[in-house]
Design a protein around this ligand. Structure first.
Ligand code: ARG
Length: 589
């Protein structure tokens, strides 16, 4: 469906043309003085130069051509040459009714749908999921849904970190603790046990312990490095252990991501790219892209007009070891082969920005990726505590995601029990639905690149710019709709949305009709926070309407049915919004 603002522009183009002016001056924008008008056009000011005429004169002539056009309630000139526009009430209601009939509320799918791969989550195997990975999961999930809504073929890949030093550390620590395990016996040739020699809680304790040891104990660290090297070179017993670590860890990760309502189409991992490395390295050498610098194999990626120094992209260390870069480049090769994506979006901590710049440049320069592919780095900021420092537990440790969610749900539960509207049992279940909204909305309502302060009290509040407030508004509308549906059919005549007859109703209508425009910019800019602001303003507009107008008590049944149609559209816009953010509303709260 054509955006309202574009339809307005088309009307103004006709008026500019009729008055003898070029249509390129007819662009309509949202009013920046909502007290004076709803939309505006400032084109007369720029046209003045070309036509050597006073802008106010041009504005007046254009405005005259708009008189009598039902698309407008009024078109007035103001100041030096502004054109102030108010929409025609019947035009507005027609727009809303068309939107209501449209499956996607007027949002058009991309003309050329793309295969979009989203690299998000990025958890590291064997390390418990902590809040550092929370943002990637929450933002990535929403971006995935937004890209899909626009009609693209979208593939979400968790891209687990499973090939680094953490594996060597765990293997080495296990060896210290259980030296007799068959995995360490190099002469062993039989099958390895199917059951892991550790549980998830043991695993979670082993890693931090080994990590701490490696910082103090040089020999331990060397041994861990060596174990990593041996694993990566295919030592059987270590591969078997790695498999156990992976399985135990992935089971736990899946449970955690499920609780977050985050899903992946692919559970690929860094190790999956390893088979592509030898050929890739050979290619980079043979084609002359890579050269040796201080013993290491590198590709220069600096460009003449760089304003800051972009160091070369390292492919192999001087000892021949591969790096994070090598894996990411090989993953690009793998993705091209398996999925041939047109676009890849990486949702990663913004501190990895320079790193990805190197990887992207290297991939393009060496043609590891196809021409014209879009590689986007969607870098996000840090979630901080109230002290402005990265969020920690009370005793200063790394906060585990599970515990964070438990704390939020508890806060919501306490709030619900204060109101005492539902049973304890229902409050428990509902608090999980609300807690998730509090957490996700609290994150997504900020532009991703910004740091933000995690504030349980604010995030879980039922008022203000919060997830629970949006949910509350949805629950309120649904409950009105339910009461209405329960009325006898004879009292429910058919009616579409009618012309607004109060300011609050008109404000609600005006906010609703911006849905497709908002969605397109959320998609263009990969910006879930635009959805948040929109549904927040929509909720406010609805609640003002609700407080002013008696909906169910309206005696004119046709008028009442018109209100109901407006409510149905409102709740669809809100529900679509939260669905795209990755959470749902409860039945009651
Ligand atoms: N595992 C990485 C980390 O914890 C994030 C992975 C991001 N994705 C990628 N393709 N490098 O920092």
């Amino acid at each position: 469906m054509k955006k309202l603002i574009d339809q307005m522009t088309a009307q103004l183009e006709a008026a500019f043309a009729a008055a003898g002016y070029d249509t390129r001056y007819a662009k309509v924008t949202l009013s920046n003085r909502p007290d004076l008008c709803e939309y505006q056009c400032n084109g007369a000011l720029s046209a003045a130069k070309e036509y050597h005429k006073a802008p106010a004169m041009i504005a007046k002539e254009v405005a005259e051509k708009c008189q009598g056009n039902p698309a407008f309630e009024s078109v007035e000139t103001a100041g030096p040459g502004f054109i102030n526009i108010k929409l025609g009430a019947s035009f507005l209601k027609d727009y809303l009714n068309e939107m209501a009939e449209n499956e996607k509320l007027g949002v058009e799918e991309c003309e050329k749908p793309e295969t979009v791969l989203i690299d998000f989550g990025g958890a590291n195997v064997a390390k418990p999921l902590h809040v550092g990975h929370l943002r990637s999961a929450i933002i990535g999930e929403s971006v995935k849904r937004i890209c899909r809504y626009k009609g693209n073929k979208v593939i979400g890949d968790v891209h687990l970190g499973d090939w680094g030093l953490q594996m060597g550390l765990i293997i080495t620590e296990l060896r210290v603790r259980q030296p007799d395990l068959v995995y360490f016996d190099e002469s062993y040739e039989g099958e390895y046990p199917a059951k892991a020699p550790f549980t998830i809680s043991e695993l979670e304790e082993i890693y931090p312990c080994a990590n701490a040891k490696s910082k103090e104990d040089e020999a331990f660290r060397e041994e861990a490095k060596n174990a990593t090297f041996e694993l990566q070179n295919g030592r059987r017993g270590y591969l078997a252990l790695w498999n156990h670590i992976l399985n135990v860890s992935v089971t736990d990760l899946k449970r955690n991501y499920d609780n977050l309502n985050v899903t992946f189409d692919l559970w690929k991992k860094e190790s999956d790219a390893q088979p592509y490395i030898p050929d890739m390295v050979k290619y980079l050498k043979d084609e002359g892209y890579a050269h040796i610098s201080q013993g290491a194999l590198v590709v220069d990626v600096a460009e003449p007009d760089d304003t800051k120094e972009i160091p070369p992209c390292m492919i192999l260390k001087s000892d021949g070891a591969t790096l994070y870069n090598t894996t990411d480049l090989a993953t690009l090769v793998e993705r091209r082969k398996l999925f041939d994506p047109d676009r890849i979006i990486y949702v990663v901590d913004k501190r990895q920005g320079l790193y990805f710049e190197q990887v992207f440049r290297c991939a393009r320069k060496t043609k590891l990726v196809k021409d014209g592919i879009r590689l986007d780095f969607l870098g996000f900021g840090t979630m901080n505590g109230k002290d402005g420092k990265p969020f920690k537990t009370r005793d200063g440790g790394v906060m585990r995601l599970e515990h964070l969610m438990r704390d939020i749900n508890e806060a919501v539960y306490v709030r619900m029990m204060e109101n005492k509207t539902v049973s304890e049992e229902e409050a428990r279940a509902t608090s999980r639905v609300i807690g998730l909204a509090a957490l996700k909305y609290g994150d997504l309502s900020n532009a991703a690149v910004k740091d933000y302060i995690f504030d349980v009290d604010r995030f879980t509040s039922f008022e203000g710019n919060t997830g629970p407030y949006i949910q509350y508004t949805i629950v309120r509308i649904q409950s009105i709709l339910k009461k209405y549906e329960a009325l006898p059919e004879s009292e429910r005549p058919a009616s579409a949305i009618r012309e607004a007859c109060s300011k609050s109703e008109r404000d609600l209508a005006l906010q609703l009709c911006k849905f497709n425009e908002m969605m397109d910019s959320a998609y263009e800019e990969l910006a879930p926070h635009k959805i948040c602001s929109y549904i927040y303003e929509l909720s406010d507009a609805f609640n003002s309407f609700y407080h002013e107008i008696r909906i169910l008590a309206e005696e004119d049944t046709v008028k009442r049915a018109g209100y109901i149609a407006l409510l149905r559209l409102t709740v669809r816009a809100l529900e679509t919004g939260i669905e795209l953010l990755g959470f749902a509303a409860p039945e009651r709260m």
